[in-house]
Write a protein that binds this ligand. Structure first.
Ligand code: NDP
Length: 305
């Protein structure tokens, strides 16, 4: 029997695991990718106390810290979470195991939103990508475009501008909503061009239809590109929580209190799957750490609220 099972091994889950283990809670983190989403970020420059660190290095540092503190890591996919009739014991089922715990933290993050445009599905992994750090090297000295106007799009563009010849950012509104620092870096890169008020209408492949060759925009323009990176936001992965009876908001995110509690006693949520507006690695970590503390109080028999 565990005291605290964390579902999700990103920054929020691993921070929670480190704190929980230090509070002597018997803790397990179950996840498929140690480090989570931050590992697909090129450079992180807003982690306090660390001026600059690569995303993979930060992810691994968090993982090491959590496991060295005593949290167990299970490299598995969670299929179902159920609770006992009295609501005091949770059972977490994976493909190969079943674990029981007194409390649960959902740190399940998000999945990429896909673009509803002709050719996007057809050319996934043939030029359409969701991760510049993973696939950027294929586009050395080539032209690419990024779709989206938020910080993810900005960071992908900045990274790709160091590899590709030309980088277009396709923004459907007339503004970028990335943070000022990222906007400054975009303005400073001579090979990034922002195309405002437009969207991709169609992706067109080469003669053999094997890879992306160009895009047509809704305003009738054509751009020759070899790669298309989609950074149009994420959807919270909250199906497991919802099936357990945890309350979600209209966007499908888990509603949490300032103690990172959900509507179900003993169940907590943190990070990108939760309903906080400002989503950063550091805010998710803080929510995870908060969850660990209140799970500790809950296990000790304290009040949940
Ligand atoms: P966001 O939701 O912030 O931005 C999504 C962007 O995609 C918006 O510009 C949106 O346009 C656009 N978009 C959505 N749907 C479509 C569509 N169908 N077609 C074209 N464009 C579309 O997501 P992000 O992943 O960028 O960021 C998520 C959170 O993570 C944010 O809080 C962000 O600040 C944070 N983050 C911070 C980083 C940092 O360096 N500090 C790095 C990465 C993420 P519209 O504006 O019109 O809705």
């Amino acid at each position: 029997m565990y005291d605290f099972i964390i579902i999700g091994s990103g920054a929020s889950g691993l921070s929670a695991a480190m704190y929980a283990a230090r509070l002597n809670l018997k803790t397990a983190v179950i996840g498929e990718m140690p480090g989570g989403l931050i590992t697909s970020t090129h450079v992180v420059e807003n982690w306090p106390g660390t001026v600059s660190i690569s995303g993979p290095d930060l992810g691994m540092a968090l993982f090491e810290h959590a496991t060295k503190a005593g949290a167990e890591f299970k490299n598995e996919k969670v299929l179902e979470v159920t609770k006992s009739e009295d609501g005091k014991i949770f059972t977490v089922k994976t493909a190969s195991n079943e674990y029981q715990s007194k409390t649960i933290l959902f740190a399940t993050g998000t999945q990429h939103r896909s673009l509803d445009a002709k050719g996007i599905k057809e050319f996934e992994n043939k030029g359409v990508s969701y991760c510049a750090l993973c696939d950027g090297a294929f586009y050395k000295d080539k032209n690419v475009c990024i779709v989206g106007g938020g910080d993810s799009a900005a960071k992908e563009a900045i990274f790709l501008s160091q590899v590709a010849t030309k980088v277009y950012i396709i923004v459907r509104k007339d503004v970028l909503r990335a943070e000022p620092r990222n906007q400054e870096l975009i303005a400073a890169a001579s090979n990034i061009e922002v195309l405002y008020n437009t969207e991709i209408a169609e992706v067109i492949g080469d003669d053999e239809g094997k890879k992306v060759a160009k895009i047509l925009t809704k305003d009738g323009r054509e751009f020759a590109v070899d790669g298309i990176f989609l950074a149009i936001g994420h959807m919270a992965q909250t199906e497991l929580a919802s099936k357990l009876g945890v309350e979600l908001n209209q966007k499908g995110e888990i509603k949490i209190s300032r103690h990172s509690e959900t509507s179900v006693p003993g169940v907590y949520a943190a990070g990108d799957c939760a309903d906080t507006e400002f989503k950063q690695a550091i805010t998710g970590s803080a929510e995870g750490v908060t969850a660990a503390y209140y799970a500790f109080k809950y296990v000790q028999g304290g009040a949940n609220f």
